[in-house]
Design a protein around this ligand. Structure first.
Ligand code: DER
Length: 249
């Protein structure tokens, strides 16, 4: 099966946990898209009633609207029954890297106030150690003084071999969320919250206590939030190439 087929299988399995009357956190990304569409189908068929979705991005709000999911927000629903979202990486302790789509702040707010947070992935997302495959750990920072914030993030990891960071940029005429390798004069990527993203790269993975690292990043004035989701996922649904779906709690 294709990777997208695996994403769909994992998403549909997670949506089996959705019950009528639930407040559902709606994730962002290509895997979450299958979950949103599936929830919409179940509402249309009458199998699901009285559900309301809390979107984790403007993209999720638009996708959910198109799927026919009634929407609300955290002010009306400060506690969410079940959130379903993808991830960029999942380690054996169910810690995650998220945010490569740029939506980590609202995702962490919604998923952090959810009774259950079910992560949906194809097996390519499973890693033995976070941020060891050269993919970015995103950090949302405010635009004011962004270069100073980057310098402070850099100095936090001085001496970590293989570390480097970049301000994420999006080419001016595209919605690309990966920084512009060509180094053209593209604009900074701007999140739904009008902030910037600093992408942190650890070629040899992150070493040390993830919570200590998380706290050190969050203490930098100008940092809003980062893409390390520690202890938030309550279970992970993994669609494997052999067709088996594994649920890890
Ligand atoms: O940006 C995000 O946090 C997304 O949820 C991402 O982590 C997963 O996106 P994907 O399902 O398209 O791989």
């Amino acid at each position: 099966p294709s990777q997208d087929e695996l994403k769909r299988v994992a998403a549909h399995r997670a949506v089996e946990l959705v019950e009528s009357g639930m407040v559902i956190g709606l994730g962002t990304g290509s895997t979450a898209a299958h979950a949103l569409d599936r929830i919409g189908d179940l509402i249309r068929s009458g199998a699901l009633r009285d559900v309301v979705g809390i979107p984790t991005s403007e993209w999720a709000a638009a996708r959910a609207s198109a799927a026919g999911i009634p929407l609300s927000d955290l002010d009306a629903h400060p506690v969410v029954d079940l959130s379903i979202d993808g991830a960029d990486e999942v380690d054996p302790a169910l810690n995650l890297v998220k945010g490569r789509g740029g939506s980590l702040l609202r995702e962490k707010m919604v998923e952090g106030t959810s009774r259950r947070f079910v992560v949906i992935v194809d097996d390519s997302k499973l890693v033995p150690r976070l941020a060891a495959s050269g993919l970015a750990v995103p950090v949302e920072i405010i635009p004011f003084g962004w270069a100073l914030t980057l310098r402070r993030l850099q100095s936090l990891f001085d001496g970590v071999p293989g570390f480097n960071l970049k301000l994420r940029t999006a080419s001016i005429n595209a919605k690309a969320t990966t920084f512009d390798e060509k180094g053209s004069d593209s604009e900074p990527f701007v999140t739904d919250n009008k902030n910037y993203i600093a992408d942190l790269f650890f070629e040899n993975g992150i070493h040390g206590d993830l919570r200590v690292i998380s706290d050190a990043i969050l203490r930098i004035t100008g940092v809003v939030e980062h893409g390390l989701f520690l202890g938030l996922a309550t279970s992970v649904v993994v669609a494997q190439k052999d067709g088996v779906v594994v649920v890890k709690d």
